[in-house]
Design a protein around this ligand. Structure first.
Ligand code: FES
Length: 153
């Protein structure tokens, strides 16, 4: 994937060039690109003068980081216990059908990524779907299209 890395220079300038800046830098790069491009990881290692293997270890240790591109909108269907007993599987099925994605997949146009997650901390609202930053509670299968904001096929 080709990227405009002009933003990377600005991100690298935000923090001291020291190993302690690594996680913060990766967080900002993840936010800017929706994942951690390989070229960016190499540049971070060079700038901070830390081994590439250390950067890779941190990038793969934290679940918040991704080494593959994510969609502009991440759809997280909760399948924790409270959501599971209130129909999370039906919600997942409908998300899969409407988005044409299996959990863990990203659309070719990078519009959506579908993820299945454990408890998102809103059990009283179960079943819960988080679209981007917005929590949707008591979701029914027939409301999934509206929650996702996708048009009729
Ligand atoms: S189990 Fe889904 S929000 Fe807690």
């Amino acid at each position: 994937m080709n990227h405009d890395f002009s933003e990377l220079e600005g991100i690298l300038a935000r923090y001291p060039k020291a190993p302690a800046s690594l996680v913060m830098l990766l967080q900002d790069i993840q936010e800017a690109y929706n994942y951690l491009p390989c070229e960016a990881l190499q540049q971070v290692a060079d700038e901070l003068k830390v081994p590439h293997s250390q950067v890779f270890s941190v990038a793969t240790f934290y679940k918040v980081f991704s080494l593959t591109p994510k969609g502009r909108t991440i759809v997280r269907v909760c399948k924790g216990t409270a959501c599971h007993v209130r129909g999370a599987q039906l919600i997942t099925d409908e998300c899969e059908r409407l988005l044409g994605l299996r959990p863990g997949e990203t659309a070719d146009d990078l519009e959506f990524t579908l993820e299945v997650v454990n408890c998102v901390g809103a059990c009283a609202m179960a079943p819960v779907v988080v679209v981007g930053e917005k929590y949707h509670g008591a979701v029914k299968p027939n409301r999934v299209r509206k929650v996702l904001g996708v048009k009729r096929c």
